[in-house]
Design a binder for this molecule. Structure first.
Ligand code: SF4
Length: 236
C-alpha cells in the first residue's frame, strides 16, 4: 500500500469509527433460527462462530461431497458493509476463505484503493459455501439448501449496507427471477431486512471484461456517497 492509499484509508477512518462499523452487539439472539437448531446467543462473533461450527460439515446438497473446504465468510463481524458474491472458486476451496484468488485480489483493490476501507473492516461472504465443480452457476436446489446460512449471517451482522457482487447474488437478495439482467439492478438501492442493498459486477466478470471497470467504479461511488465516505479527488 503506498502513502496515498494509506492517507486515503486514514481519511475514511477520521470520519469516525461509526462510519465503518456497527455498534457491538450483545444480548440474546435476534436472528430467526431453524426450529431444529437451538438458539445461538452472545456477541456477533460468538454467534457467527457457532453458526460456522454448526454448518462446517454440511452435506445438505451435492456440493458437500465435492468441496475441499467449507467457505463460511470472513471480515469484521461488526461491519457496516457486507459484500456478497456467488460461490467459492478453486483458490477459495483450497484455503477455506472467500475471495482470495485473482478475483479476490481485484475485490481487495476495489475496497482498499477505491473505497479507502481496509478489507478487514468489511464482511465478505457468498451465496454458496461450497465450490460448484468447474465454477458453474449454482443450481436452484443448491441455492435453496445453502442460503439459510447466508440469511443467518446477515441477521447476525445486521449490516447497514450490502453490496451484491454479480447477477446471482443480486437476484437472490432482491428476490428477482433468473431473467433479470445485472444492468437492470445497478445504481439503485433496495431494502433487505433493513439493509440498503446495491448491486455491481462480480470481480471475475471485471477480469474478463476490463471495460466494465468504469461502470463498476460508478457503482462503488454510488454506494460510498450513501455511506458518507469521501471519494479521493483523483478518483472522482
Ligand atoms: S453448498 Fe451449502 S448446502 Fe451445499 S453442502 Fe455446502 S454448505 Fe451445505
Amino acid at each position: 500500500m503506498n502513502s496515498l492509499q494509506t492517507r486515503y484509508i486514514n481519511q475514511q477512518r477520521e470520519l469516525g469509527h461509526a462510519t465503518l462499523y456497527r455498534a457491538p452487539l450483545t444480548g440474546p439472539a435476534a436472528a430467526p433460527e431453524p426450529p431444529s437448531a437451538p438458539p445461538i446467543a452472545g456477541s456477533r462473533s460468538e454467534r457467527l462462530g457457532a453458526l460456522q461450527e454448526r454448518h462446517r460439515g454440511c452435506l445438505n446438497c451435492r456440493l458437500g461431497n465435492t468441496r475441499k473446504k467449507f467457505v463460511f465468510g470472513s471480515g469484521n463481524h461488526d461491519a457496516r458493509l457486507m459484500f456478497i458474491g456467488e460461490a467459492p472458486g478453486a483458490d477459495e476451496d483450497e484455503q477455506g476463505l472467500p475471495f482470495v484468488g485473482r478475483a479476490g485480489q481485484l475485490l481487495t483493490k476495489m475496497i482498499e484503493n477505491g473505497m479507502g476501507i481496509p478489507r478487514g473492516e468489511v464482511y465478505i461472504a457468498n451465496i454458496l459455501k461450497c465450490r460448484p465443480p468447474g465454477n458453474r452457476d449454482p443450481q436452484p436446489d443448491e441455492r435453496a439448501a445453502c442460503t439459510p446460512i447466508l440469511l443467518e449471517q446477515i441477521a447476525i451482522i445486521q449490516p447497514e449496507f450490502i453490496c451484491c457482487l454479480g447477477r446471482i447474488s443480486g437476484r437472490f437478495l432482491l428476490g428477482l427471477d433468473d431473467e433479470v439482467k445485472l444492468k437492470e439492478m445497478r445504481q439503485k438501492f433496495y431494502d433487505f431486512q433493513g439493509a440498503r442493498v446495491s448491486v455491481t459486477y462480480h470481480p471475475s466478470a471485471l477480469l474478463q471484461h476490463p471495460d466494465w471497470k468504469g461502470p463498476a467504479w460508478e457503482d462503488l461511488k454510488f454506494l460510498m456517497k450513501a455511506m458518507g465516505l469521501v471519494i479521493r479527488p483523483d478518483l472522482k
